[in-house]
Design a protein around this ligand. Sequence first.
Ligand code: AGP
Length: 607
Amino acid sequence: MGVAGKPGASRVLIEGLKTLEYRGYDSAGVAIQHEGGLVVLRRAGKLAELEAALAELEPFGTTGMGHTRWATHGPPTEQNAHPHVDTHERVAVVHNGIIENHEAMRRELEATGCRFRSDTDTEVLAHLISERIKAGDDLSEAVRVTAQRLEGAYAFVVVSADHPDTVVGVRHFSPLVVGLAEGASFLASDIPALLPHTRSVMPLEDGDVVTLRPDGVSVCDVDGAAVERPTRTIDWDPVRIQKGGYKHFMMKEIEEQPAAIAATMASRLDDATGSIHMDALDALGDRLRAVTRMTFVACGTSWHAGLAGKFYIENIVGMPVGVDYASEFRYRSIRGGPDHLIVPITQSGETADTLGALRDAKAEGSPLISICNVPESSAARESDAVIQTEAGPEIGVASTKAFTTQLVALYMLALDLGLRRGVLSHDDVEARITPLRRVRYAMEGALRQAALVKEVAHRYADAQDFLFLGRGVNYPIALEGALKLKEISYIHAEGYPAGEMKHGPIALIDASMPVVTIATPGRVYEKVLSNIEEVRARDGVIIAVCAEGDERVRALADEVLEVPAVDEDLSPLVNVVPLQLLAYYIAEKRGCDIDQPRNLAKSVTVE
Ligand code: AGP
């Protein structure tokens, strides 16, 4: 985060970094102009360490910047924390992303006598900019000329002791947004950091160089040509970003899911006609008619949503659908084309792997519809159309409400596509919309089982390994349950198609490894019960997700996590709830840092 012209800048920066901490939190630092120099303070560990160091001082300064780090180059030590400075500590830089050609420039600078203090790629920026200032450039010029030399994906922000009330930032494939207020201007890698000061934001584009001063900002490209960027007004309610009495954001967000999916449906389901309308499809116009195939590209939990989306589109529309990890898609020989609709699914809209896949597909001429939760994010702005999930800001690193709203968005996309392609009648759609509207009540029913899930969680919190099994549209939910558990409790967990267990993983089955199996009504129900028998025959421990009152499953399982029965297609929305709760309560029992698990970041903006 950067600020120019705001009294008490040291406090402003700490508060801003707190809203950004979910993006990475292994070390933090600030650089603030003060009495003709720079006060640079850095601490390893959580932001609270830096806050404590600053608490000894009265809030000071009007211009400076701060950074919380998710280490890419060099361990998360104080020495490697940002800001990084030049030899005489007159220039300070904070940076998100990777400078891929930093080593050559480091060698060049060391040959001229530059003394490096850190293992980071970032530090070369401070020395290069300092050299340009010595050569007579002003700060904006020095930053702009330096940026011309860089390769990689990055956003960085610079302050200099010799340029009062000035902050310069560069955006190149990592997010950076300007905030405009009366008598002060701000810069941040995500919108929530700006909201306490202004709702007037100016998202920057790749290649932009922005100069902040108290009375306003100017933007140019790396060649120095002025560019105009539109300003938008954000109407988010900052209160929603707070925990609202919950112990963790994650639990708040698990419980927000019924409301979040209702909000995601609201603007697309037409009460009067009982029909559905995804305006994102209108935006594609004639290009949609040329589409013969579709591929979802995503990472992590969003990739699991894509696996469920494949079922929806193929079952309802009859169109072949691919699902690919974005980081793998980029190295395929087929990466899109005019008849190949690419659908990036991304909560943050800033995941570097997904943005890379989006840009590759765009270069191949693919129409692009992003399913995204953050308005004005890079994915949202670079796609032809956006299906905005209405989960609201998701702060917990482990994604929950964003996932279930993605599932709803994908189901509605399938219905509208089916309607447009004539494979669904209005009656078909209406028959599906009624249960879709009601699924939120089934999710609420699943949430009411939390106390029972907590008891089961505490019985198995010491297990070292878990296996999650699911079939059909619930196979992605088995994967999601495993990811939730490993992410926040650090227990090794694998998700597998239930039918695959006998092809290998069955060798792992014993009384020490709980097997979580999704056994709710559907076409594959009997098959799943056979899988449960296979596990029992090897002294395995079964924790089964099943429909309320299902005595057959209860007779076979060691534990049951009951949920209200819903249509098979919609069951992922309900079945994922006990798995989210199971992971949460196990992690809580183990004393883990649930909202900010070790080594993770909410938005992975590096490849
Ligand atoms: C989900 O719980 C994880 N935090 C992670 O897998 C996440 O889904 C992934 O990094 C993709 O993030 P995105 O949806 O913002 O692109």
